[in-house]
Design a protein around this ligand. Structure first.
Ligand code: 3PG
Ligand code: MG
Length: 397
């Protein structure tokens, strides 16, 4: 039983449905360069249209801060969405007012209309009730399918829910169910894998995870900070020496709470962070002064692979090394493959999210073999931090 209502709880036939989507997709040279979010959104749109709704898709795109920035128009994204759906998708040059009203009034049952970037209006981010009212005036019902924007309390994610009957879309539902399975009431043992450059940005995440998971593996630049805090010489590696006390505090709390922290036992080092740099694998306590750690070593990766075979649940956020530049992708790819293999053998529920993480899993070619890969970046992180997401809370009340 979920605390929110879904598309199963109303009849969309003939209704104007304001669908909050996350069309905030990566672009390159004026074209959509990663269609993942659009593909994952498609089932909700198709279902609503097939059930006879007039579908009005609202979203933000980039951060235009209340101005009409032409490069942040949703028009090219609407075209791509139409191609993915294989259906006609109309476009309205404004998300409120006459342009939106007229386009919506002309839409047949089953029709799909994308509204221009909501952040062209300052009222969107300000969660201005007047702007929320103008959005609500377009529709009879509101559906939120933008889990990846649910950490924002904006008019189109939060304010509008006070004005229209509100429901979770299929993608929102899938994200919430996957996260509940992974961290709400997970099958144990649970392993969290956390990577990324800095612990400074992930303190809340680490704090929440050590109270919830059985094992926490730390990789990426942030592992160096923990190693240094334990007295290991990390050479000229990226390291937040000023966070040493905080790192020791996290280790102490993990120990007291029965969460095992797993740090690299061997590492890939190089004199500089550059493609084709001369690399070596050394034990973690043998990093020379003129070298930097750029990835976990094969021994560490094999250790994590063995662990994964014993786990029931995996939550993953953040790469194990500087995976964008080969050969420093080796640790991330090896752990990703081991997680995918354990998932496919049937023993492991694997859930991953965060912008870098998804890019890393795609790079490793394993996304489709994970149990669930979130479309969210910041929202996934905030959820792992244990924070309430305003866009989700609004659907529950
Ligand atoms: C994202 O891409 O993570 C979401 O669309 C949120 O975008 P924002 O950080 O600009 O609010
Ligand atoms: Mg978003």
């Amino acid at each position: 039983m979920s605390a929110y209502r879904t598309l199963d709880d109303f009849d969309p036939k003939g209704k104007r449905v304001l669908l909050r989507a996350d069309l905030n997709v990566p672009m390159a040279g004026g074209a959509v360069s990663d269609r993942t979010r659009l593909e994952r959104l498609a089932p909700t749109i198709t279902e609503l249209a097939d059930r006879g709704a007039k579908v009005l898709v609202a979203s933000h795109f980039g951060r235009p801060k209340g101005a009409r920035v032409p490069e942040m128009s949703l028009e090219p994204v609407a075209k791509e969405l139409g191609a993915i759906l294989g259906r006609e998708v109309e476009f309205a040059p404004d998300c409120i007012g006459d342009a939106a009203m007229n386009a919506s009034a002309n839409l047949p049952d089953g029709g799909i209309l994308v509204l221009e970037n909501a952040r062209y209006h300052a009222g969107e981010e300000a969660n201005d009730p007047t702007f929320a009212r103008a959005l609500a005036d377009l529709a009879d019902v509101y559906v939120n399918d933008a889990f990846s924007a649910a950490h924002r309390a904006h008019a189109s994610t939060e304010g509008v829910t006070y004005l229209l009957p509100s429901y979770a879309g299929r993608l929102m539902q899938a994200e919430l169910e996957a996260l509940a399975d992974a961290l709400g009431a997970p099958e144990r043992p649970v392993l969290a894998v956390v990577g990324g450059a800095k612990i400074a940005t992930k303190l809340d995440l680490l704090g929440n995870l050590i109270s919830r998971v059985d094992h926490l593996a730390i990789g990426g630049g942030m592992a160096n900070t923990f190693l240094a805090a334990m007295g290991v010489d990390v050479g000229k590696s990226l390291c937040e020496h000023e966070m040493a006390e905080t790192a020791r505090e996290i280790l102490k709390r993990a120990d007291e709470g029965g969460c095992e922290i797993i740090l690299p036992s061997d590492v890939v080092i190089a004199p500089e962070f550059a493609e084709g740099a001369h690399t070596r694998v050394v034990p973690v306590d043998a990093v020379p002064d003129d070298q930097m750690i750029l990835d976990i070593g094969p021994g560490s990766a094999a250790g994590l692979a063995a662990r994964l075979a014993e786990m029931r649940t995996l939550v993953w956020n953040g790469p194990m090394g500087a995976f964008e530049v080969p050969p420093f992708d080796g640790g991330t790819v090896a752990v990703a493959q081991a997680a995918a293999d354990a998932t496919q053998r049937g023993g492991l529920l694997s859930v991953a999210g965060g912008g870098d993480t998804v890019a890393a899993l795609n790079h490793a070619g394993v996304s489709a073999r994970f149990s669930y890969v979130s479309t969210a970046g910041g929202a996934f992180l905030e959820w792992l931090e244990g924070k309430a997401l305003p866009g989700v809370v609004a659907l529950e009340s």
